[in-house]
Structures are given as structure tokens and as C-alpha cells.
Design a protein around this ligand. Structure first.
Ligand code: MLT
Length: 407
């Protein structure tokens, strides 16, 4: 008899964005003439930068000739990409990361989910609230939580991110072994200052806590005082793993390329309390379960760092940030308290209504605009919606015109 993993029974509803997609489809089926505008899931709409397309074409051509054809690549990623990332994303910012500490993968979502395989099931996990639902759901699947009570899983330590703390969670008041942080934040768009991150790093070092730092949106940072990487903070190499992605940076949501940094100086602890380096463990996991990102896609990712690629990706991100500014301005003019959308592609709107889904439904039914209900990201997201800046200028402007009309 094949027994199932019964921890799956504890999961509440379906994955947030699948749930939204189902509701939108039901609405669309019932109203086939209505044109829905999607500002829900953070999926890019603009084409890949020209430098990436050019590199992609060239790499595809290499695959057509036996002398340049490539089969399996190194599971951790080609050296040309790992070196380029280490220099441009880290060393040039004063963050001490070496090329062989970078593991190229097909997504930060998968990596943030898969990394927990390295850790014992009885560790205490701290999760900001609201939060990207993948961090919570994957810990539920792994059996690290009890059942959900009032939409909070027993056994998890929730760290509220709210107006009072500027949507940057305070340090835990009880011991935790693992904490997820994401800056610029999904969903609130909040950023963490150097001082705030330093507090987290010092806490982690003192308590032997591991920080899983999701920096998928770092390219949206325009405030030069803000750190892009946790490794810009002294000591972070000994307490943090960082996740990055080309998805939002360069429009790779459909082409898939990301990377995770596991410093060689970073340790976990075995049951005797002895330190065990995490780098060889992740290397073992990665080489056993993953066969690498395709060569053409890694060449396209490398092109992000060329002179043209840098200018083109900056322009791409500027474009989405201008969308975010339009969204912020409209919602502010309508009298809503708005945060995010300045160093991040997400605008976090306090709806003034108790139920986020109600506001979501109002915008869908009356303006045919899809957003994401804040409560889908956790208890503290109740009463908020997230509006994504990822869409064309025309669609964003049209969405704002419609919202102005119906609100
Ligand atoms: C989001 O909308 O939160 C993101 O697109 C989800 C993701 O990157 O997986």
C-alpha cells in the first residue's frame, strides 16, 4: 500500500496564485466579453533584453554544430556565468562571494523550497507575516508544522510586518533556528536598511540561526544607501544563504534562470552540536537531483552583465518602476494608504475593508482588474491588496482609469 505524505492534508486551500487563476477563469467564463487586466501574479510582460536574445541565438547556433555542441553541463552552472555573477553582483559591491559558492538553478522559488531538505524536521522556523506563501507551504509539506488554527500553522513562529514596524519584522522574542527574510519584500515592497540587516545578522550569529535571504527583487533597488545583498553585511557569510533570480531582473520568468549562494564558511549543526558545512551538502543535493540550466539560457543570463545588457535591464526595471509610480499615485489620490513600489515592483495598499478577498472581488467584478488579496500572504495581510507593476504601460494606465471610475 502506498502511503501518502499526510502533511499535505494540513495545507490550506490551493497555492495562492493557482487559487486566483481559478477565480479569474471563472469570472472570465461567466463574462466572456469583459477584458481582464492582470496585476496579480508578478509575471513580466516585456520582451527579454536585446543582449540576452542575441546571446541566446548565438548559443542555439553553437548547439547546431558538433564542434560547439554541448550535452550535460556542470550541475552547479557554467564557470562563465558563476564567475560573472560573483564579480558583478557581489565582489564589486564589497560582498565577499566566490564563483564556486554560486549554484545556478531554474528558479528561486524551487531553491527556497528545496533548501530546507538540508535541515532537520524539528527545527523552529520563523516566517514573516505577510510572506511569499512558498516558504510556509513547503515547511508544511515537510512536516515542520502542526495544523492551521485561524490561518496560522502551529509550530511556526510568525513575525508580524505591519505599519508599526514599517513592514520590516522585529527580531524573534523566542529562539528560532531558521528565519526567512525577503528584501525588497514580496508582497509589501518594503526594503531593509543596512542597520536593520545588521541587526538580523548579529542576531543570527549570536543564536546560531540560519537566515534564508530572498533577494529576487534586488535589481529594483534605486536608493543607493540600501544593501542589495545580505553579504554586504559583515558576518553574513557565516549565517545566511541568499537566493537570486533573473526572472524579474531581466524578464526570465518563462526562460528560467536563478542562483543560490551558499558560502563555504556557513555551518549547520549535527545532533551532537558539531558544525557541519552546508556548502557540500547543497552541492550533493544539487548534483544528485538537478542536471543544470540549459547552455543557451546560461549564455542569455551572462549577457545581462554585458555593458548593453546592464543598460537594457536597467531600462526594463525603470519601466516597471514607472508603472509602480503610476499605481502608487492613483491609489494615493483615491485616499488609500500605500507603501512599496519605490524600490520594488509591488504596491501594498491598505483597503480600508476588513476582508482582502472582498476588495479583490470588487476590483475584479467592477473594474475587471486582477490584484492579489493580502490575506493570501498571511494573517497580517488581511485588509490589504498587492498590486503588481508587471504589465504594459497601456494596461496599467487602463487599469488605473477603471479603478478610479469604480471606487
Ligand atoms: C509573485 O507574484 O509573488 C511571484 O510572481 C511569484 C513567484 O515569483 O513565484
Amino acid at each position: 500500500m502506498i502511503r501518502i505524505n499526510e502533511h499535505y492534508d494540513k495545507l490550506q486551500a490551493s497555492y495562492l496564485f493557482s487559487d486566483i487563476a481559478r477565480r479569474v477563469k471563472a469570472y472570465q467564463d461567466a463574462h466572456p466579453d469583459q477584458k481582464v487586466i492582470r496585476l496579480g501574479i508578478g509575471d513580466v510582460t516585456e520582451p527579454l533584453p536585446a543582449a540576452c536574445i542575441e546571446a541566446l541565438h548565438k548559443a542555439v547556433d553553437e548547439m547546431a554544430t558538433s564542434s560547439t555542441f554541448r550535452g550535460y553541463g556542470p550541475e552547479q552552472g557554467y564557470d562563465f556565468l558563476r564567475q560573472t555573477i560573483a564579480i558583478n553582483d557581489f565582489q564589486q559591491r564589497g560582498a565577499p562571494v566566490e564563483a564556486d559558492e554560486i549554484f545556478v538553478s531554474d528558479g528561486a522559488k524551487c531553491d527556497t523550497a528545496n533548501i530546507q531538505e538540508l535541515f532537520s524536521t524539528d527545527i523552529r522556523v520563523a516566517i514573516p507575516d505577510p510572506v511569499y506563501p512558498v516558504y510556509v507551504d513547503t515547511n508544511v509539506m515537510a512536516g515542520r508544522t502542526g495544523v492551521a488554527v485561524n490561518s496560522r500553522y502551529q509550530g511556526l513562529v510568525y513575525l508580524p510586518s505591519n505599519e508599526e514596524n514599517g513592514f520590516v519584522p522585529d527580531l524573534p522574542t523566542e529562539p528560532v533556528d531558521l528565519v526567512y527574510l525577503c528584501f525588497p519584500n514580496n508582497p509589501t515592497g518594503a526594503t531593509a536598511t543596512r542597520e536593520q540587516l545588521t541587526r538580523w545578522v548579529n542576531y543570527a550569529l549570536e543564536n546560531k540561526t540560519l537566515i534564508l535571504y530572498d533577494a529576487a527583487y534586488e535589481a529594483f533597488i534605486r536608493d543607493s544607501s540600501l544593501p542589495h545583498s545580505i553579504y554586504e553585511i559583515p558576518g553574513a557569510r557565516d549565517c545566511a544563504i541568499e537566493f537570486r533570480s533573473f526572472s524579474k531582473t531581466a524578464g526570465f520568468t518563462g526562460t528560467r534562470c536563478a542562483f543560490t549562494v551558499v558560502p563555504k564558511s556557513l555551518n549547520g549543526y549535527n545532533s551532537q552540536g558539531n558544525p557541519v558545512p552546508l556548502h557540500p551538502m547543497w552541492n550533493r543535493r544539487h548534483t544528485t537531483k538537478f542536471n543544470g540550466v540549459s547552455y543557451p539560457i546560461q549564455r542569455a543570463a551572462e549577457a545581462v552583465y554585458s555593458t548593453e545588457g546592464q543598460a537594457q535591464t536597467k531600462a526594463l526595471i525603470d519601466f516597471y518602476l514607472e508603472n509602480a509610480a503610476i499605481i502608487r499615485q492613483t491609489l494615493t489620490e483615491l485616499g488609500y494608504a500605500v507603501t512599496g513600489g519605490i524600490n520594488a515592483p509591488y504596491v501594498w495598499v491598505k483597503t480600508g475593508q476588513a476582508d482582502s478577498w472582498k476588495f479583490f472581488d470588487t476590483l475584479l467584478d467592477r473594474a475587471q482588474v486582477v490584484t492579489t488579496p493580502g490575506s493570501g500572504f498571511g494573517h497580517c495581510g488581511q485588509g490589504y491588496i498587492r498590486i503588481s507593476a508587471f504589465n504594459s504601460r497601456g494596461q496599467v494606465e487602463e487599469a488605473m482609469t477603471r479603478i478610479k471610475k469604480v471606487i
